[in-house]
Design a protein around this ligand. Structure first.
Ligand code: SF4
Ligand code: SF4
Length: 284
Protein backbone atom coordinates (compact mmCIF):
# COMPACT_ATOMS: atom_id res chain seq x y z
CA UNK A 1 0.00 0.00 0.00
CA UNK A 2 1.21 3.49 -0.87
CA UNK A 3 1.08 6.41 1.51
CA UNK A 4 -2.64 7.24 1.89
CA UNK A 5 -1.77 10.92 2.31
CA UNK A 6 -0.62 10.86 -1.31
CA UNK A 7 -4.02 9.79 -2.63
CA UNK A 8 -5.54 12.57 -4.70
CA UNK A 9 -9.17 13.06 -3.55
CA UNK A 10 -10.66 12.79 -7.02
CA UNK A 11 -12.54 9.85 -8.42
CA UNK A 12 -11.46 8.91 -11.95
CA UNK A 13 -13.03 6.88 -14.72
CA UNK A 14 -11.59 4.85 -17.61
CA UNK A 15 -11.28 7.94 -19.85
CA UNK A 16 -9.59 10.25 -17.30
CA UNK A 17 -6.36 11.72 -18.66
CA UNK A 18 -2.94 12.16 -17.08
CA UNK A 19 0.72 12.67 -18.01
CA UNK A 20 3.26 10.19 -16.74
CA UNK A 21 6.35 8.18 -17.62
CA UNK A 22 8.62 5.95 -15.60
CA UNK A 23 12.03 5.15 -17.08
CA UNK A 24 15.56 4.20 -16.06
CA UNK A 25 16.99 7.71 -16.44
CA UNK A 26 14.49 9.35 -14.09
CA UNK A 27 16.03 10.61 -10.83
CA UNK A 28 13.61 8.67 -8.61
CA UNK A 29 14.09 5.33 -10.41
CA UNK A 30 13.30 2.40 -8.00
CA UNK A 31 12.40 4.79 -5.13
CA UNK A 32 8.90 3.33 -5.11
CA UNK A 33 10.18 -0.25 -4.66
CA UNK A 34 10.94 0.04 -0.93
CA UNK A 35 8.85 0.39 2.19
CA UNK A 36 5.66 -0.57 0.44
CA UNK A 37 2.92 -3.10 1.27
CA UNK A 38 2.02 -5.15 -1.79
CA UNK A 39 -0.90 -7.51 -1.42
CA UNK A 40 -0.54 -10.28 -3.97
CA UNK A 41 -3.29 -11.73 -6.12
CA UNK A 42 -3.54 -15.38 -7.23
CA UNK A 43 -2.40 -14.48 -10.77
CA UNK A 44 0.56 -12.47 -9.38
CA UNK A 45 1.76 -15.59 -7.61
CA UNK A 46 1.20 -17.82 -10.63
CA UNK A 47 3.30 -15.50 -12.81
CA UNK A 48 6.04 -14.95 -10.23
CA UNK A 49 6.50 -18.59 -9.25
CA UNK A 50 6.63 -19.53 -12.94
CA UNK A 51 9.14 -16.75 -13.60
CA UNK A 52 11.39 -17.89 -10.74
CA UNK A 53 11.00 -21.60 -11.56
CA UNK A 54 9.85 -22.53 -8.06
CA UNK A 55 6.72 -24.18 -6.68
CA UNK A 56 3.93 -22.02 -5.27
CA UNK A 57 4.78 -23.40 -1.81
CA UNK A 58 8.43 -22.37 -2.16
CA UNK A 59 7.43 -18.94 -3.43
CA UNK A 60 5.00 -18.36 -0.57
CA UNK A 61 7.55 -19.53 2.00
CA UNK A 62 10.40 -17.39 0.70
CA UNK A 63 8.76 -14.24 -0.63
CA UNK A 64 5.53 -13.64 1.27
CA UNK A 65 4.10 -12.92 4.68
CA UNK A 66 0.49 -13.65 5.63
CA UNK A 67 -1.83 -11.13 7.21
CA UNK A 68 -5.33 -12.03 8.31
CA UNK A 69 -7.82 -9.32 7.40
CA UNK A 70 -9.71 -8.21 10.53
CA UNK A 71 -13.10 -7.83 8.87
CA UNK A 72 -13.30 -10.82 6.53
CA UNK A 73 -10.77 -13.04 8.41
CA UNK A 74 -9.25 -13.95 5.01
CA UNK A 75 -5.53 -14.77 5.15
CA UNK A 76 -3.88 -12.61 2.47
CA UNK A 77 -0.37 -13.00 1.05
CA UNK A 78 1.85 -9.89 0.95
CA UNK A 79 5.26 -9.53 -0.67
CA UNK A 80 7.89 -9.85 2.07
CA UNK A 81 10.05 -6.72 2.10
CA UNK A 82 13.69 -6.78 3.22
CA UNK A 83 14.62 -6.59 6.89
CA UNK A 84 16.72 -3.42 6.51
CA UNK A 85 15.45 0.00 7.55
CA UNK A 86 14.54 0.76 3.92
CA UNK A 87 12.38 -2.44 3.59
CA UNK A 88 13.49 -3.07 0.01
CA UNK A 89 11.43 -5.26 -2.29
CA UNK A 90 13.26 -8.60 -2.82
CA UNK A 91 13.12 -8.06 -6.58
CA UNK A 92 14.53 -4.57 -6.85
CA UNK A 93 18.04 -4.33 -8.28
CA UNK A 94 19.72 -0.94 -8.08
CA UNK A 95 20.31 0.62 -10.57
CA UNK A 96 18.70 -1.79 -13.06
CA UNK A 97 15.16 -1.82 -11.68
CA UNK A 98 12.74 -4.67 -11.24
CA UNK A 99 14.31 -8.12 -11.75
CA UNK A 100 10.89 -9.64 -12.50
CA UNK A 101 9.59 -6.69 -14.50
CA UNK A 102 7.56 -8.60 -17.12
CA UNK A 103 5.95 -10.64 -14.31
CA UNK A 104 5.66 -7.90 -11.66
CA UNK A 105 2.51 -7.84 -9.50
CA UNK A 106 -0.57 -6.01 -10.67
CA UNK A 107 -0.26 -3.34 -7.91
CA UNK A 108 3.15 -2.37 -9.35
CA UNK A 109 1.58 -2.21 -12.82
CA UNK A 110 -1.23 0.10 -11.68
CA UNK A 111 1.07 2.57 -9.88
CA UNK A 112 0.70 5.60 -9.85
CA UNK A 113 -2.95 4.81 -10.41
CA UNK A 114 -4.93 3.28 -7.56
CA UNK A 115 -8.07 1.26 -7.97
CA UNK A 116 -11.05 0.95 -5.66
CA UNK A 117 -14.57 -0.39 -5.64
CA UNK A 118 -17.80 1.35 -4.66
CA UNK A 119 -20.70 -0.60 -3.26
CA UNK A 120 -24.05 0.64 -4.61
CA UNK A 121 -27.42 -0.58 -3.36
CA UNK A 122 -30.41 -0.39 -5.71
CA UNK A 123 -33.94 0.14 -4.37
CA UNK A 124 -34.61 -3.55 -5.06
CA UNK A 125 -31.92 -4.34 -2.47
CA UNK A 126 -29.52 -5.60 -5.14
CA UNK A 127 -25.91 -4.65 -4.38
CA UNK A 128 -23.66 -3.64 -7.31
CA UNK A 129 -19.95 -2.98 -7.26
CA UNK A 130 -18.48 -0.20 -9.38
CA UNK A 131 -14.78 0.15 -10.05
CA UNK A 132 -13.17 3.56 -9.85
CA UNK A 133 -9.62 4.90 -10.00
CA UNK A 134 -7.56 7.61 -8.32
CA UNK A 135 -4.05 9.05 -8.59
CA UNK A 136 -1.34 8.48 -6.03
CA UNK A 137 0.97 11.48 -6.04
CA UNK A 138 3.90 10.66 -3.82
CA UNK A 139 6.46 13.42 -3.42
CA UNK A 140 9.36 11.28 -4.54
CA UNK A 141 7.69 10.25 -7.83
CA UNK A 142 8.88 12.43 -10.71
CA UNK A 143 6.93 10.52 -13.37
CA UNK A 144 4.12 13.10 -13.38
CA UNK A 145 6.57 15.68 -14.75
CA UNK A 146 7.02 13.72 -17.97
CA UNK A 147 5.02 14.50 -21.09
CA UNK A 148 3.55 11.15 -22.18
CA UNK A 149 -0.21 11.31 -22.07
CA UNK A 150 -2.52 8.45 -21.07
CA UNK A 151 -6.09 7.69 -20.23
CA UNK A 152 -6.68 5.20 -17.42
CA UNK A 153 -7.69 2.65 -20.07
CA UNK A 154 -4.62 3.16 -22.27
CA UNK A 155 -2.41 2.91 -19.13
CA UNK A 156 -4.08 -0.37 -18.21
CA UNK A 157 -3.48 -1.76 -21.70
CA UNK A 158 0.14 -0.60 -21.75
CA UNK A 159 0.89 -2.19 -18.37
CA UNK A 160 -0.95 -5.49 -19.15
CA UNK A 161 -3.35 -4.71 -16.29
CA UNK A 162 -6.37 -5.72 -18.35
CA UNK A 163 -5.00 -9.27 -18.57
CA UNK A 164 -4.24 -9.42 -14.82
CA UNK A 165 -7.62 -7.99 -13.83
CA UNK A 166 -9.36 -10.48 -16.11
CA UNK A 167 -7.49 -13.37 -14.53
CA UNK A 168 -8.26 -12.20 -10.98
CA UNK A 169 -11.82 -10.99 -11.65
CA UNK A 170 -13.70 -13.93 -10.07
CA UNK A 171 -11.43 -13.88 -7.02
CA UNK A 172 -11.94 -10.17 -6.48
CA UNK A 173 -15.71 -10.54 -6.87
CA UNK A 174 -15.62 -13.28 -4.27
CA UNK A 175 -13.78 -10.98 -1.83
CA UNK A 176 -16.34 -8.23 -2.38
CA UNK A 177 -19.23 -10.60 -1.68
CA UNK A 178 -17.49 -11.81 1.46
CA UNK A 179 -17.06 -8.21 2.60
CA UNK A 180 -20.82 -7.62 2.66
CA UNK A 181 -22.36 -7.37 6.16
CA UNK A 182 -23.51 -10.62 7.71
CA UNK A 183 -20.79 -12.85 6.24
CA UNK A 184 -19.35 -15.19 8.90
CA UNK A 185 -15.64 -15.30 9.75
CA UNK A 186 -13.62 -18.32 8.63
CA UNK A 187 -12.61 -21.15 10.95
CA UNK A 188 -9.05 -22.53 10.72
CA UNK A 189 -9.95 -25.21 8.16
CA UNK A 190 -11.64 -22.69 5.87
CA UNK A 191 -8.73 -20.28 6.25
CA UNK A 192 -6.40 -23.07 5.12
CA UNK A 193 -8.67 -23.84 2.13
CA UNK A 194 -8.91 -20.13 1.29
CA UNK A 195 -5.13 -19.83 1.26
CA UNK A 196 -4.56 -23.00 -0.75
CA UNK A 197 -7.26 -22.32 -3.36
CA UNK A 198 -6.19 -18.68 -3.73
CA UNK A 199 -2.41 -18.91 -3.74
CA UNK A 200 -0.88 -22.35 -3.39
CA UNK A 201 -1.54 -23.67 -6.88
CA UNK A 202 0.79 -26.68 -6.68
CA UNK A 203 -0.73 -27.80 -3.39
CA UNK A 204 -4.20 -27.33 -4.89
CA UNK A 205 -3.16 -29.50 -7.87
CA UNK A 206 -2.09 -32.22 -5.41
CA UNK A 207 -5.42 -31.84 -3.63
CA UNK A 208 -7.42 -32.20 -6.87
CA UNK A 209 -5.50 -35.18 -8.25
CA UNK A 210 -4.34 -36.80 -5.02
CA UNK A 211 -7.52 -36.78 -2.93
CA UNK A 212 -11.13 -37.89 -3.57
CA UNK A 213 -11.86 -34.47 -5.13
CA UNK A 214 -12.61 -35.84 -8.62
CA UNK A 215 -14.62 -38.74 -7.15
CA UNK A 216 -16.77 -36.30 -5.18
CA UNK A 217 -17.20 -33.48 -7.69
CA UNK A 218 -18.51 -33.98 -11.21
CA UNK A 219 -15.98 -31.95 -13.20
CA UNK A 220 -16.43 -32.19 -16.99
CA UNK A 221 -13.77 -34.37 -18.65
CA UNK A 222 -12.63 -31.49 -20.89
CA UNK A 223 -12.04 -29.29 -17.82
CA UNK A 224 -10.05 -32.06 -16.10
CA UNK A 225 -7.85 -32.34 -19.20
CA UNK A 226 -7.41 -28.56 -19.30
CA UNK A 227 -6.34 -28.25 -15.67
CA UNK A 228 -3.69 -30.92 -16.26
CA UNK A 229 -1.89 -28.67 -18.72
CA UNK A 230 -2.97 -25.11 -17.84
CA UNK A 231 -2.14 -23.46 -14.52
CA UNK A 232 -4.51 -20.63 -15.38
CA UNK A 233 -7.38 -23.16 -15.71
CA UNK A 234 -6.32 -24.80 -12.43
CA UNK A 235 -6.34 -21.38 -10.72
CA UNK A 236 -9.89 -20.75 -11.97
CA UNK A 237 -11.00 -24.14 -10.64
CA UNK A 238 -9.52 -22.97 -7.33
CA UNK A 239 -11.82 -19.93 -7.41
CA UNK A 240 -14.83 -22.18 -8.06
CA UNK A 241 -13.77 -24.42 -5.18
CA UNK A 242 -13.46 -21.39 -2.92
CA UNK A 243 -16.94 -20.10 -3.77
CA UNK A 244 -18.32 -23.57 -3.04
CA UNK A 245 -16.43 -24.00 0.25
CA UNK A 246 -17.44 -20.52 1.46
CA UNK A 247 -21.09 -21.25 0.64
CA UNK A 248 -21.36 -18.39 -1.86
CA UNK A 249 -22.41 -20.41 -4.91
CA UNK A 250 -22.97 -24.00 -5.96
CA UNK A 251 -20.10 -23.74 -8.41
CA UNK A 252 -19.23 -27.45 -8.14
CA UNK A 253 -21.62 -30.33 -8.64
CA UNK A 254 -21.43 -33.21 -6.18
CA UNK A 255 -21.82 -36.55 -8.03
CA UNK A 256 -25.21 -38.30 -7.71
CA UNK A 257 -23.52 -41.47 -6.44
CA UNK A 258 -21.83 -39.51 -3.61
CA UNK A 259 -25.12 -37.86 -2.64
CA UNK A 260 -26.85 -41.28 -2.56
CA UNK A 261 -24.03 -42.77 -0.44
CA UNK A 262 -24.26 -39.85 1.98
CA UNK A 263 -28.04 -40.26 2.18
CA UNK A 264 -27.70 -43.99 2.84
CA UNK A 265 -25.06 -43.35 5.53
CA UNK A 266 -27.29 -40.75 7.20
CA UNK A 267 -30.20 -43.24 7.20
CA UNK A 268 -27.98 -45.97 8.70
CA UNK A 269 -26.72 -43.62 11.39
CA UNK A 270 -30.29 -42.60 12.25
CA UNK A 271 -31.41 -46.25 12.40
CA UNK A 272 -28.44 -47.07 14.67
CA UNK A 273 -29.35 -44.17 16.98
CA UNK A 274 -32.99 -45.29 17.16
CA UNK A 275 -31.94 -48.89 17.85
CA UNK A 276 -29.66 -47.72 20.66
CA UNK A 277 -32.54 -45.71 22.16
CA UNK A 278 -34.88 -48.77 22.03
CA UNK A 279 -32.29 -50.92 23.83
CA UNK A 280 -31.79 -48.40 26.66
CA UNK A 281 -33.21 -49.88 29.90
CA UNK A 282 -36.09 -47.92 31.37
CA UNK A 283 -35.13 -45.57 34.15
CA UNK A 284 -36.61 -46.34 37.56
S1 SF4 B 1 8.02 -6.30 -7.78
FE1 SF4 B 1 9.32 -5.05 -9.07
S2 SF4 B 1 8.12 -3.22 -9.53
FE2 SF4 B 1 7.16 -4.22 -7.77
S3 SF4 B 1 8.05 -3.28 -5.96
FE3 SF4 B 1 9.26 -5.08 -6.42
S4 SF4 B 1 10.94 -4.36 -7.72
FE4 SF4 B 1 9.36 -2.77 -7.71
S1 SF4 C 1 8.80 6.83 -8.15
FE1 SF4 C 1 7.45 7.07 -9.96
S2 SF4 C 1 8.75 7.65 -11.68
FE2 SF4 C 1 10.08 7.02 -9.99
S3 SF4 C 1 10.49 4.87 -10.44
FE3 SF4 C 1 8.70 4.87 -9.13
S4 SF4 C 1 6.93 4.97 -10.50
FE4 SF4 C 1 8.75 5.49 -11.70
Amino acid sequence: MFNMKAVEPRQLGPGSRFRFLCHKQISCFTHCCSNVDIMLTPYDILRLKRRLGVSSGEFLEKYTIVRVDKQSTHPYAYLKMGDGADRKCPFVVVPDGCAVYTDRPVSCRYYPVGQGTLKKSAESGEVRHEEFYFFVREKHCMGYKEKNEWTIDSWKDDQEITLYDGMNREWKQLLMRRNLPGQPGLDDKKKMLFFMSSYDLDKFRGFVFGSRFLEIFDIPEAEVEEIKSSEEALMKLGFKHLKFVLGLEQTLKVRESVLKDREAQAKQAKAARNAAKDKKPEEK
